[in-house]
Design a protein around this ligand. Structure first.
Ligand SMILES: Cc1ncc(C[n+]2csc(CCOP(=O)(O)OP(=O)(O)O)c2C)c(N)n1
Length: 322
């Protein structure tokens, strides 16, 4: 928030904090449980990046559509995806959102308009663009949002999607979660030109950058862009600078891996939106929200533990859609 700007209303802070804390705590529990080998799939944690999903999804309508990536826990939950089904999916249980066949990287929740996610970088971008085409034809003013990383923005599928969406004025918001790394490769070794927004504007797609992870700025930018898209103005891009706190895949820190160091993370940790929002709320209210998250996450872990594995016959079901 700009200095001197008005404090946001408490109801908004409360809603954002409820979602942020819930997602942070759910992923911290995933990280804690992971070494026990009960979670049967690799996990790409969003810890440190959650404010993007929460800020964007809070500005959307319930029936707007979002698509994410293998680092998709935060988007899935921020849009209202069911934590029980997500946790069970990671445990490989039949009650999982993909019937235990997809794991952490293949979350789906169409009850809440969450498109399926995928392990293959950038592949979900054109899928969301296709959905945006359907929404435009439907004509009810709904919008689609596709979340992806800076690495995905290097793929041809991204540029083809931008061009197609711009040409057909599709109601899709491209949200780049720019955490500066594709696995261990920093942007400095990958991009000749560092201004993603300018590159995207060359396709006729207006672009906005949020540099500091401010959840209110992300939400405000999304609300403005969604309003323009609902009026038929075509796609836009939001580039959110952010930082991944954990290793690329797995529950640990990796500042000893010689590709980045903890000093780089320090300003992002200092600007963490979770304690920032907690400090804006009355202490008792923040504590009640945190207690509620803990109960919901503990319930989901129990649900996953107690659910059965798929039977052998399940191997042959839901493999192809005919
Ligand atoms: C098409 C494709 N190429 C390469 C990979 C291997 N790979 C997995 S994650 C990843 C990095 C992607 O980085 P980014 O898009 O910035 O997302 P982040 O992991 O930082 O969220 C790569 C190269 C893949 N899964 N799919």
């Amino acid at each position: 928030m700009a200095p001197g700007s008005e404090l946001p209303p408490q109801a908004l802070v409360e809603r954002l904090y409820r979602s942020l804390h819930f997602i942070r705590h759910a992923e911290e529990e995933v990280a804690r449980i992971y070494p026990s080998d009960q979670i049967k799939s690799p996990v790409h944690l969003s810890i440190g990046q959650e404010a993007i999903s929460v800020g964007v999804c809070d500005a959307l309508n319930t029936d707007d559509v979002v698509g994410g990536t293998y680092r998709g826990h935060a988007v899935y939950l921020a849009k209202g995806g069911d934590l029980n089904a997500m946790m069970a999916e990671m445990y490989g249980k039949i009650t999982g959102c993909a019937r235990g066949k997809g794991g952490s990287m293949h979350l789906v929740g169409m009850d809440h308009f969450v498109l399926g996610t995928s392990a293959v970088v950038a592949t979900t971008i054109p899928v969301a663009v296709g959905y945006a085409l359907a929404l435009k034809r439907e004509g009810k003013g709904r919008v689609a949002v596709t979340f992806f990383g800076d690495g995905a923005s290097e793929e041809g599928a991204f540029y083809e999607s931008l061009n197609f969406a711009a040409l057909h004025k599709l109601p899709i918001l491209f949200v780049c979660e720019n955490n500066g790394f594709a696995i261990h490769e920093p942007l400095s070794k990958r991009w000749a030109a560092h201004d993603l927004c300018r590159r995207v504007e060359g396709f006729g797609v207006p672009a906005t950058r949020v540099t500091d992870g401010d959840i209110f700025a992300i939400r405000t930018a999304t609300a403005a862009t969604a309003a323009r898209m609902r009026q038929g103005n075509g796609p836009e891009l939001l580039e959110c600078m952010t930082y991944r706190w954990k290793e690329h895949v797995g529950p640990n820190e990796d500042f000893n891996q010689n590709y980045r160091d903890a000093a780089e993370a320090a300003p992002w940790i200092a600007g963490d939106q979770v304690p920032r929002l907690a400090a804006m709320l009355p202490t008792q209210l923040a504590a009640a929200i945190e207690a509620d998250s803990r109960v919901r996450v503990a319930d989901a872990v129990r649900f996953a533990e107690e659910s059965p594995f798929p039977t052998f016959e399940e191997l042959h079901t839901h493999v192809y859609a005919l």
